[in-house]
Design a protein around this ligand. Structure first.
Ligand SMILES: NC(=O)c1ccc[n+]([C@@H]2O[C@H](COP(=O)([O-])OP(=O)(O)OC[C@H]3O[C@@H](n4cnc5c(N)ncnc54)[C@H](O)[C@@H]3O)[C@@H](O)[C@H]2O)c1
Length: 431
C-alpha cells in the first residue's frame, strides 16, 4: 500500500513529469526497425479506436483480436482486414488465449473497467507491454496491484488518458505555470454529457447468441443478462465501473492535479443523486458534485448526464479560477477570461495537430522501443488519478466528509470500498 508520504512524493514527481528513470533495454527487446505485434482485447468501442490509431504507424501489425461477442469480433476482424489488406491471424473469444500467445508484444485492453486488473496483470506476467484503457482499475485496491505488476515485470504501460499527449493541453499548463493568473482559489472541473441519455428499465433477457456472458461478467457478481448492464451502458453500474465520476473524472481531474502540481487532498465530500432520472436503470448518480479541499484552494468536480451546460459555454473542461483571470481548457482548445482589467484576455487556441490519441500512441511506441517506463500517461499517473476519482464515489456513497492518508480513510464504512469482492473462480491477483 502507498503511504501518505509516498502518495505525496509520487505526485510531486508526476507533476514535474519525472516518474522513473528509463529502463535498460532488455536482451531480445524490440529494435528500432522491428515490427510491433499488437493484440486487442475488447473490440467494440474505445479499444477499436485505440487499435485504429496503432495501425496509423507502419511498424504496427495487428495479429490477434479477442472479444466475448462473436458479432463484434467478426465485424472488427473484417474491418481490420479491409483497413490493412491482411487477415487478422488469430480471433479468440477467450482473452486468455491472446495473453498466452508468444508472438504478441503489446496488448491493448479495451474491456469494461471491471476487467482491466486481471487482464493487465496477466499481460505483464507474460512479458507483454500494455495500452490499458482508463480508468486504470475499478477499485483503489486493484490500482495498487496493477502498479506493482507493471513494476515487478518491467512493463511499459500507457493508460488511455490521451489528453496527456494532446499539445494544446500542454500549452495550457505551460501558461498556468507562468503565474499570470495570480493565486488560484478553485479549479472547476465539469463534465456534462447531454448526448448520454437516461436508460429506461428493461426486462432481463436470454443471453444473445454468440455472447459468452459469463466471460463478460468475469469477477463481477452473477446476474441474469440485461442489455442495460452490457455494451457501453455498463458504466452506470457499480459492479463494473463508477459512473461519470471515474469515466470522465480520470481525464479531467488529472489535469487539475497536474496543473496545480498537487496530489493528495486534505478532505473530500460529495453530494448528488438520481435527480434527473430517478426511475431509470442507472445506479450511479446522474448529477454529482464533489469537493476536494487542498491547503488553500479547492477542486470542484461537477457532472451531469442528459444536459450539456457545463460551464463557460462548454459541455466539459476545467476552469482554473485565478485572482487575475480564469484559464479554461477542454478538448476543443484553451483561453483565458480576464477578471476585469487585471490582465489581458488570451484568445482561444484551438486543438491542433494529428489528434491527442495519435500522439499518445506514438509516445507509447517510442517508450516501448527505448524501454522507457515514463510514458506520458504512465501507470503511476493512471493509478493515481483512478484512485483520486474513486475517492469522490466513496464520499458520495458514504455521505461522509473523508480524509484519506494514501492507505486508509480510518473509517470502516469508507474502507469497505477499497476493494471489490471477486466472483469465483476469479481471484484478485496477488502481486
Ligand atoms: N480514453 C477514452 O477516451 C475512452 C473513451 C471511451 C471509453 N473508454 C474506456 O474504454 C473501456 C471500454 O469502454 P467502451 O465504451 O468502449 O465499452 P464497450 O462496451 O463499447 O466495449 C467493450 C468491449 O469489450 C468486450 N468484452 C467485455 N468483456 C470481455 C472479456 N472478458 N474478454 C474480451 N472482450 C470483452 C465487449 O464485448 C465489448 O466488445 C472502458 O474502460 C472505458 O472507460 C475510454
Amino acid at each position: 500500500m502507498t503511504t501518505r508520504r509516498d502518495f505525496l512524493r509520487q505526485g510531486t514527481l508526476l507533476g514535474a513529469g519525472l516518474t522513473a528513470s528509463p529502463f535498460i533495454i532488455k536482451a531480445g527487446g524490440i529494435g528500432a526497425n522491428d515490427k510491433i505485434r499488437v493484440g486487442l482485447i475488447g473490440c467494440k468501442g474505445m479499444g477499436y479506436g485505440d487499435l485504429e490509431n496503432f495501425l496509423r504507424f507502419p511498424e504496427v501489425e495487428c495479429v490477434a483480436l479477442a472479444d466475448i461477442d462473436s458479432e463484434v469480433l467478426n465485424s472488427r476482424a473484417a474491418e481490420t482486414e479491409k483497413k490493412t489488406g491482411k487477415k487478422v491471424k488469430h480471433l479468440y473469444k477467450d482473452w486468455r488465449k491472446l495473453i498466452d500467445h508468444k508472438d504478441i508484444d503489446v496488448v491493448i485492453i479495451g474491456t469494461p473497467d471491471h476487467w482491466h486488473c486481471l487482464q493487465l496483470v496477466a499481460a505483464c506476467q507474460t512479458g507483454k507491454d500494455v495500452y490499458c484503457e482508463k480508468p486504470l482499475g475499478n477499485s483503489i485496491g486493484e490500482c495498487n496491484i496493477m502498479l506493482r505488476a507493471a513494476e515487478r515485470y518491467n512493463r511499459v504501460v500507457q493508460v488511455g488518458q490521451w489528453q496527456r499527449s494532446d499539445p494544446h493541453w500542454q500549452d495550457a499548463v505551460a501558461f498556468l505555470r507562468t503565474g499570470q493568473l495570480g493565486k488560484i482559489r478553485t479549479v472547476r472541473v465539469f463534465s456534462y454529457q447531454g448526448w448520454c441519455p437516461s436508460i429506461p428499465v428493461k426486462p432481463d433477457e436470454p443471453v444473445p447468441a454468440g455472447v459468452d456472458y459469463d466471460m463478460w461478467l468475469g469477477p463481477a457478481p452473477k446476474r441474469p443478462f440485461n442489455r442495460n448492464r452490457f455494451h457501453f451502458t455498463f458504466r452506470w453500474f457499480w459492479d463494473y465501473a463508477g459512473g461519470l465520476m471515474t469515466d470522465w473524472g480520470v481525464h479531467l481531474l488529472d489535469y487539475a492535479l497536474y496543473g496545480m502540481n498537487v496530489t493528495a487532498p486534505e478532505s473530500v465530500m460529495a453530494s448528488g443523486g438520481k435527480f434527473g432520472y430517478p426511475d431509470d436503470a442507472c445506479e450511479t448518480p446522474d448529477l454529482l458534485q464533489t469537493i476536494y479541499t487542498f491547503k488553500d484552494f479547492t477542486v470542484l468536480w461537477d457532472h451531469a448526464i442528459g444536459i450539456d451546460d457545463g460551464g463557460y459555454g462548454r459541455t466539459h473542461g476545467l476552469g482554473f479560477v485565478g485572482e487575475n483571470g480564469t484559464l479554461v481548457v477542454d478538448r476543443g482548445g484553451w483561453e483565458v477570461i480576464p477578471e476585469g482589467k487585471r490582465m489581458q484576455a488570451v484568445p482561444l487556441t484551438k486543438n491542433y495537430g494529428k489528434g491527442g490519441l495519435y500522439y499518445h500512441v506514438e509516445n507509447h511506441l517510442e517508450c516501448i522501443k527505448s524501454r522507457n517506463r515514463n510514458c506520458n500517461a504512465s501507470i503511476e499517473i493512471g493509478a493515481h488519478i483512478a484512485k483520486f476519482s474513486q475517492l469522490g464515489n466513496i464520499a458520495y456513497r458514504t455521505g461522509k466528509k473523508l480524509s484519506w492518508d494514501g492507505t486508509s480513510f480510518h473509517d470502516a464504512e469508507a474502507d469497505s470500498y477499497l476493494t471489490k469482492a471477486y466472483r469465483a473462480p476469479w481471484e484478485l491477483p496477488k502481486i
